[in-house]
Design a protein around this ligand. Structure first.
Ligand SMILES: *[C@@H]1O[C@H](CO)[C@@H](O)[C@H](O)[C@H]1NC(C)=O
Ligand SMILES: *[C@@H]1O[C@H](CO)[C@@H](O)[C@H](O)[C@H]1NC(C)=O
Ligand SMILES: *[C@@H]1O[C@H](CO)[C@@H](O)[C@H](O)[C@H]1NC(C)=O
Ligand SMILES: *[C@@H]1O[C@H](CO)[C@@H](O)[C@H](O)[C@H]1NC(C)=O
Length: 286
């Protein structure tokens, strides 16, 4: 009986120490085992491309590697706080390639960490097929008679060549179309026109004001086919219905102003002349 009792004693006195040790080990392990990244998402518009993921790191850092096809991994961002990495510079090297990125979770003071770093692969990304089309802008519009001419701004992409940004049209060529939505300011019935240049020429009624907006489109795509619509532009009096009348009224006003100026100048001169005579007369009298 004495022996079992003796065995028991050390056990009971050791228990708190073991418990504390276990807790400590767990705390250290928690601090040193980084979490694996998840929900890796490509955010890309006009080739400006950012990889995002979760969660926010606590006491570890993320490192991103990217590769295309059989090429070696290129190391990009290293951050203790960010959950995104701008990979534009890598993907613009060849927008037709298929890219994969890897997000590694790296312990700070990694010497204490044994084993492989946790990592997650991103979905594949083909810039040419998947980058979203940015919101287009209407550069100018004019109406000549019954023809409305709308020109779309040739938006720059994030691709740089010879020090300048390559335009969307230069990258996509005839794969890129624009859709014009146009309607009378007084009604809601919309019409559409399509072009694979940057210019629309559509027939409109002479007597009406029109509003319109444009949308970029790559018909050959399965996803991210359309851009958001541009801001809406509307004709104003100067650019619209009364363009000719406006010029005539302008000419008449111009002539009238010139006439008034000449008239007031001659009146002023006559008054000045009379004033001089008036002053001189008494002097001669004295
Ligand atoms: C991760 O993505 C999935 C779907 O892709 C979503 O249901 C989930 O809510 C996301 N997780 C977080 C924390 O946002
Ligand atoms: C990592 O190690 C350096 C020096 O060895 C120390 O200054 C720093 O506080 C350590 N960082 C963490 C998070 O333990
Ligand atoms: C349409 O407008 C643009 C920009 O003002 C101009 O360059 C182009 O020549 C016009 N097209 C026609 C057919 O008038
Ligand atoms: C840069 O410009 C030069 C001369 O204009 C041209 O020969 C070259 O092909 C251009 N490079 C690229 C990448 O467009």
């Amino acid at each position: 009986m004495a022996i079992p009792a003796g065995r028991w004693r050390p056990r009971t006195s050791l228990a708190p120490t073991l418990l504390l040790g276990g807790l400590l080990a767990r705390v250290v392990a928690a601090a040193e085992t980084p979490e694996r990244a998840y929900n890796l998402t490509w955010k890309s518009t006009n080739f400006k491309t950012i990889l995002e993921w979760e969660p926010k790191p606590t006491n570890y850092a993320y490192k991103v590697l990217i590769s295309s096809g059989s090429k070696d991994w290129t190391s990009k961002c290293f951050s203790k706080t960010d959950t995104e990495c701008d990979l534009t510079d890598e993907i613009v090297k060849d927008v037709h390639q298929t890219y994969v990125a890897k997000v590694l979770s790296v312990p700070l003071n990694g010497t204490h960490f044994a084993g492989d770093l946790p990592y997650t692969n991103s979905p594949e990304f083909i810039p040419y097929k998947q980058t979203k089309l940015g919101q287009p802008r209407i550069q100018s519009f004019e109406r000549v008679g019954t023809i409305l001419n709308v020109t779309v701004e040739n938006s720059p992409t994030a691709i740089r060549r010879n020090g300048t940004f390559v335009s969307l049209r230069e990258v996509f060529g005839k794969d890129l179309s624009y859709i014009l939505h146009y309607w009378r300011a007084t009604s809601t019935g919309k019409k559409t026109a399509k072009t694979n240049t940057d210019e629309f020429l559509v027939d409109v009624d002479k007597g009406d004001y029109y509003c319109f907006s444009v949308e970029a489109l790559i018909p050959s795509r399965n996803e991210n086919q359309r851009s958001p619509q541009s801001a809406t532009e509307c004709m104003t009096q100067g650019q619209g219905v009364f363009r000719e009348t406006f010029f005539i009224v302008g000419a008449v006003v111009f002539v009238a102003i010139i006439f008034i100026i000449i008239l007031s100048l001659s009146l002023y001169n006559r008054r000045k002349g009379r004033g001089r005579n008036g002053k001189n007369a008494p002097l001669h009298g004295v």
